[in-house]
Write a protein that binds this ligand. Structure first.
Ligand code: SF4
Length: 502
């Protein structure tokens, strides 16, 4: 189980690699989308080569287990739990299990509802275990529709397969870059609200390149892929050719009064693997989704990997603390290479700063929406994974924090809303979008951990003081009231009307 978790967290399966390779080749290298996909490809290779988490958000471990009749599921569940705790201790999983009442992180990914383990009996003698690690950013973009419904840009979605198609396209459009596009969707038609989401997630265990055995569903899958990739949402919501790398649809019977369409969105860091186990020894008999122990085919050549961030020569170099003048000179689309000190802060830090002064001087500073994976090394710390988290969660707080504490630069992913956009203008600050999920790539931009505050919030939520060099991110909201996210959402909404109609 530890091997399965480690491989799933660190090495993307071939079908996902193939899809991301096609996405990479569809973009011009010097575009925002091309740069983002090159970073993603580097990140995938770096994660596999150092056995580090592909993304710092290692998600909700979800195991689907098939067992011979008579197998002891209580004992097996305990084995899975022990493996999860061990993989967390080894830094292959981030501590991600938080008490929903106290906010306390259990520290080992164990707790009520974590991990998720589903058992099913079958007539075979072997055991099959499949695992998916789906992070919070993409989980938050899941969507459930009750038909009939009126949808933005698409009009009425009836209780028909065409209505289903519209719902899926709407969910992809709505997700924009928040779920780290290009992603894949698992869909369930029917069921109830609970079974619908479960069945939708189960569709993500199909390979991206398979064909649905039901020709009616296969036709919708194809239609969705075709239309979604004309929306130009693009990688990270930066605009571009590829918005979706997979669409997998299943169906359950429903109550006559209900017609749900449940959409489970998974990001490009689509981590799922499986094994079959010898039921008498527990040894891995074979791997699923991949060729046994054969190393993965790299995304890039060694030269491309060594070249690092693909520069165009137009990048802006800035060192924190940053001045008002430097900030006002930036405009949407600028690629910035940030150096100096940055401070991480996500949900707990933002809530804290609304009531307390910051533990450090944030004037002219860089606030990074990030919950890193950090390993203790002697008296210090080492960051092993540090991609951005979804920024929109901080929308209720961000403008106020900019104003109170003089933060000049916010780095995250997925963009923020109108309130923050106004706050950036008022306070003289910018929002930069880093490449979501590129946890290994960004960890390599961190020279050292200079300190940590608010450790009582747990590792992902603490405020880490990071010294970085040439940390690349794109200005997507500037201090003049411009937002790339708003532009792409509006433009892709118009596209949705064209490509999503009947
Ligand atoms: S790639 Fe993005 S959406 Fe996926 S787990 Fe990582 S941060 Fe979350």
């Amino acid at each position: 189980m530890v091997q399965l978790i480690t491989r799933t967290s660190t090495d993307l399966p071939p079908d996902v690699r193939n899809a991301m390779g096609l996405a990479l080749h569809a973009e011009e290298p010097a575009t925002r989308a091309g740069q983002a996909l090159t970073i993603i490809a580097q990140n995938i290779d770096q994660a596999a080569s150092c056995e580090g988490p592909i993304c710092q958000d290692t998600g909700m471990p979800t195991f689907e287990v098939k067992v011979p009749v008579g197998a002891n599921q209580i004992w097996m569940k305990q084995q899975v739990r022990e493996a999860v705790a061990e993989a967390t201790r080894r830094g292959k999983l981030r501590p991600n299990s938080v008490d929903s009442i106290t906010g306390e992180n259990s520290g080992n990914n164990l707790g009520p509802g974590t991990p998720i383990v589903h058992f099913e009996q079958w007539e075979k003698d072997e055991i099959e275990v499949k695992l998916i690690l789906k992070g919070g950013g993409c989980e938050n973009t899941n969507a459930q529709y009750a038909l009939p419904a009126d949808l933005d840009h698409l009009g009425r979605a009836d209780r028909t397969l065409d209505g289903v198609r519209k719902c899926i396209l709407h969910a992809v459009w709505k997700a924009q870059g928040k779920g780290c596009a290009p992603g894949a969707v698992g869909v369930c038609i029917g069921g109830d609200r609970t079974s619908g989401y479960l069945h939708a997630k189960e569709q993500l265990f199909r390979t991206l390149d398979d064909t649905n055995p039901d020709p009616r569903l296969a036709a919708i899958e194809e239609a969705v892929m075709d239309a979604a990739n004309q929306l130009t949402v693009g990688p990270m919501g930066f605009g571009g050719q590829t918005s979706l790398i997979g669409c997998k649809i299943g169906a359950l019977n429903r109550l006559p009064a209900s017609f749900f369409v449940s959409v489970a969105y998974d990001c490009w860091a689509f981590r799922r693997l499986g094994v079959t186990l010898d039921a008498s020894t527990g040894a891995i008999a074979s791997w699923q989704y991949r060729e046994g122990e054969t190393p993965s085919v790299p995304m890039l050549t060694p030269e491309q990997l060594a070249a690092g961030f693909p520069r165009t020569g137009r990048e802006v170099h800035l060192r924190a603390p940053i001045t008002d003048e430097q900030i006002r000179a930036l405009k949407v689309g600028d690629v910035v290479l940030v150096s100096g000190r940055m401070f991480t802060g996500r949900d707990a830090v933002h809530a804290h700063l609304m009531k307390h002064d910051p533990p450090v001087d944030l004037r002219g500073g860089v606030l990074y929406h990030c919950g890193p994976v950090v390993a203790k090394e002697g008296p210090g710390w080492r960051v092993t994974a540090a991609g951005p988290t979804t920024s929109i969660r901080e929308e209720p707080y961000q403008a106020e924090i900019l104003k109170r504490y003089g933060v000049r630069m916010v780095i995250g992913k997925g963009g923020m809303g109108a309130k923050t956009l106004a706050g950036l203008k008022e306070s003289g600050a910018v929002y930069l979008n880093a490449v979501g999920g590129a946890a290994q790539f960004y960890a390599r931009c961190i020279d050292r951990v200079a300190g940590v505050s608010l450790m009582e919030f747990g590792t992902p939520e603490a405020m880490w003081h990071l010294d970085v060099t040439d940390f690349p991110a794109i200005v997507t909201m500037d201090a003049h009231g411009n937002s790339l996210h708003r532009e792409i959402e509006q433009a892709s909404g118009v596209r949705l009307e064209t490509v999503g109609g009947c």
